[in-house]
Design a protein around this ligand. Structure first.
Ligand SMILES: Cc1cc2nc3c(=O)[nH]c(=O)nc-3n(C[C@H](O)[C@H](O)[C@H](O)COP(=O)(O)OP(=O)(O)OC[C@H]3O[C@@H](n4cnc5c(N)ncnc54)[C@H](O)[C@@H]3O)c2cc1C
Length: 418
């Protein structure tokens, strides 16, 4: 005989989006069960905590909404953030007893700069609200249940053989990066094939990129692997200069990592694979004209790398890049050096695998859900978090997006009348 669990709302997926949805449902007084496939909830949140747990960003909500790409559009994000934006998230953390601070970059973190304490307190709050947490419940299928026959309910089946029935369901199954945390995108088949819901294919977001063959020279790697190129400006060749991003890049064995590259990821992915090329300004503090005046007069027809490094005060890692991947032989004319320093060009082979990415682009298409984040074709079934088709840069925008959509979906499920 199968075990049958009954509740008002079933939330499936115990990441930040699902936990927030469960919290909102419970605040409305509904009976909620949170189902998680892994033995414990919040595994990716804990991974995010290793980097300090950047919860959100302090920039004005108007600019904030424009950070989200995917099919939703800024208007929809403005409305979501108006309901649960950075100020609400900070107040939420404070109510949990988690003090936060805003760093010089405008990013907001918990003072303890990790996730374990916040997760522990959050779970205690959920249990205090009466939320039941069922872990090792891997969801497999969903179908309508008509019991009693005049009231539509949903029937969920889990891999352990348990069946749950609920008036409303919130799915928060995550994206497809870091599959070891439980968010492996394996739910796509159940939604796309069994339920007819359109899912935009996954792509890695906020990830490293491999440089094109022949790759970095071993000599460069011996001296520069794991070192950052600081105070640079990076742009995608062919894109408007206004899209250039200032910051850092890290030299890795396969290519590059770093915030500037993560921010340029959507623009790079939009280009044909053979036309993905970065241009790096290794000395953005000075224009090419200003650099030219810093050379001794009369300018020799050929200049050595030592000379330009000295006169232009190039950083050590920039110098290494020019030594091993710059003008041949380390001796060139002024114009060649200016181009190499101001427009250092690097063809890319492609992004690193999605399993390594911080987040994923793709997920359930926005036209499938209404403003309450309810699936139009499955009334009473709501979605939130990274399983929806959106992406955002690092900086706290990812978790903020999960909290905002979790709030909206939770509210919709709690007030769903059927
Ligand atoms: C290295 C790293 C660092 C990061 N740092 C930050 C940061 O500092 N700031 C920031 O904003 N974001 C950060 N993120 C991103 C952030 O962690 C995610 O955006 C967020 O966790 C997504 O939340 P979610 O609830 O949508 O999905 P997830 O957190 O992925 O949770 C989904 C849950 O659903 C469960 N699940 C999946 N399928 C099933 C099923 N069939 N049945 C039952 N349960 C299932 C999974 O086990 C998982 O627990 C980071 C991510 C990584 C990988």
């Amino acid at each position: 005989m199968e075990t049958l669990l009954r509740c008002d709302v079933a939330v499936v997926g115990g990441g930040p989006a699902g936990m927030r949805a469960a919290e909102v449902v419970a605040e409305h007084g509904a009976r909620v069960v949170l189902f998680e496939g892994k033995p414990s909830v919040g595994r990716k949140l804990l991974v995010a905590g290793r980097g300090g747990l950047n919860l959100t960003h302090s920039e004005p909500v108007e600019r904030f909404a424009g950070r989200y790409l995917g099919g939703a559009g800024a208007e929809r994000w403005r409305a979501l953030l108006a309901e649960f934006g950075p100020a609400e998230l900070r107040a939420w953390a404070a109510k949990l007893g988690v003090q936060t601070f805003v760093g010089t970059s405008g990013r907001m973190f918990p003072v303890e700069k990790q996730a374990a304490g916040l997760l522990r307190r959050w779970l205690a709050r959920l249990r205090g609200f009466g939320v039941s947490v069922c872990s090792t419940y891997l969801w497999e299928s969903l179908r309508p249940a008509h019991d009693p026959p005049d009231k539509a309910r949903w029937r969920l089946r889990f891999q352990n053989g348990v069946v749950a029935e609920a008036k409303a369901v919130v799915f928060a199954l995550g994206g497809a990066s870091w599959p070891e945390t439980g968010s492996n995108g394996a739910w796509v088949g159940a939604f796309q094939d069994a339920l007819g819901v359109r899912v935009v294919p996954w792509q890695p977001a906020n990830c490293g990129w491999e440089i094109a063959a022949p790759g970095w020279s071993e000599k460069l790697l011996a001296e520069a692997e794991g070192k950052p190129l600081k105070n640079i400006i990076v742009r995608v060749v062919g894109d408007d200069a206004s899209t250039a991003v200032a910051g850092e890049l890290l030299i890795t064995r396969y290519g590059l990592e770093g915030g500037t590259l993560y921010a340029l990821g959507p623009a790079l992915r939009a280009r044909p694979p053979t036309a993905r090329r970065l241009e790096i300004d290794l000395k953005p503090q000075l224009s090419a004209a200003a650099l030219a005046t810093r050379l001794p007069a009369p300018v020799p027809s050929l200049l050595t790398l030592d000379a330009v490094t000295h006169h232009w005060r190039l950083a050590p890692v920039a110098r290494l890049l020019l030594e091993y991947h710059g003008p041949g032989g380390g001796v060139a004319g002024r114009e060649v050096w200016l181009r190499a320093v101001k427009n250092f060009s690097l063809p890319l082979a492609g992004p690193r695998p999605i399993a390594e990415a911080i987040s994923s682009a793709g997920g359930v298409a926005w036209e499938e859900v209404d403003d309450a984040l309810m699936l139009r074709r499955l009334p009473g079934v709501f979605l939130c978090g990274e399983m929806l088709d959106w992406e955002a840069p690092t900086g706290g925008y990812l978790l903020q997006g999960c909290f905002a959509t979790g709030t909206r979906a939770g509210r919709g499920a709690a007030t769903w009348k059927g």
